[in-house]
Ligand binder design. Structure first.
Ligand code: GRG
Length: 291
């Protein structure tokens, strides 16, 4: 198995060429899309997708377009989330947000463009190869990113602002907003590698708990982190009266819950017939994250 850094490097090399491979994109639109794509995210989702594909017996090449597509979808969601009409942020990935540089009109189009480019890349690769595993992976990714997935989570997040936090609401928001794209990564990677439904379902379970742990540690960093490490402004959740784990459980309670979710994620891996150390190590590493 490769290291996280090796998978991350593969994503870095593939991302911009994948976008350009779609053809002539108006220069300003391309620049705005590339601005956010190049801004240096951690690339967690494409890394997990490619590692899951290889674990299940596929190759990194089988995963390439899908890994890029998923990072494009994630990046679009950040661009749109930062807009004044949503979270209204001016810093992301250590740089001014997309609309601060290109204006709201171009930021909306850059987000739309990345989402569409992702669908196009995945379906082109499925159509060119006739590989049903690719059709399945595209369906998995678009569903988790879609109106029953991440967009549903964002909707509930927005409509819950300022309300008294309740555990089931906080959990549901984060299952949709955060876990869904991690589920997309692991499930699509497994599908591309040829895994069956039982393995994909165990992968789903892992990523669901991983996402909750990720969000809990994100909420902790919003309280304890600093701008230079995070690349975004901490303290925004409280300012906007968001339904966070901190609001519900406090700092200690959130840290304890994050440890429980990491344990649950690792337990789900026990159902898989392969060496899953990469995935358990990644889950454990969240507990020490500082960015
Ligand atoms: C606009 C439809 C729509 C959805 C937006 C992504 C999102 C949903 C909101 C952003 C805020 C947030 C707390 C999302 C939860 C997931 C999350 C913690 C994203 C940040 O992911 P990282 O840390 O980011 O992997 P990088 O920049 O490293 O890629």
């Amino acid at each position: 198995m490769r290291t996280f850094e090796e998978y991350r490097q593969m994503t870095e090399e593939a991302l911009l060429p994948a976008l350009s491979s779609l053809g002539d994109i108006p220069p300003l639109l391309l620049e705005a899309m590339e601005y956010s794509l190049k801004a240096g995210g951690k690339r967690i989702r494409p890394v997990l997708l490619t590692a899951a594909c290889e674990m299940a017996g596929g190759s990194a090449g089988d995963a390439r377009e899908f890994a890029c597509a998923l990072e494009m979808i994630h990046t679009y969601s950040l661009i749109h989330d930062d807009l004044p009409a949503m979270d209204n942020d001016d810093l992301r990935r250590g740089r001014p947000t997309n609309h601060k540089v290109y204006g709201e009109d171009m930021a909306i189009l850059a987000g739309d463009g990345l989402l569409n480019a992702a669908a196009e890349l995945m379906l082109r690769s499925a159509a060119e190869t006739g590989d049903l595993r690719r059709v399945k992976a595209a369906e998995i990714i678009l569903r988790h990113a879609g109106v029953t997935g991440m967009i549903a989570g964002q909707t509930e997040d927005i409509t819950s602002e300022g309300k008294t936090p309740r555990e089931e609401t906080v959990r549901r928001i984060h299952e949709h907003k955060t876990s869904e794209l991690l589920e997309a990564a692991v499930e699509a990677g497994l599908a591309l590698g040829g895994a069956g439904e039982k393995e994909i379902s165990a992968g789903h379970e892992y990523a669901l708990h991983l996402g909750l742990a990720f969000q809990m540690t994100d909420d902790l960093l919003d309280v304890t982190g600093d701008t230079s490490q995070l690349g975004k402004h901490p303290g925004k959740d409280q300012e906007q009266h968001k339904m966070t784990w901190i609001a519900l459980r406090g700092v200690e309670g959130t840290a304890e819950d994050a440890r429980k979710e990491v344990r649950a994620a690792c337990e789900a891996l026990e159902q898989l017939p392969w060496d899953t150390a990469f995935f358990s190590d990644f889950a454990e590493s969240l507990l020490g994250r500082n960015m």
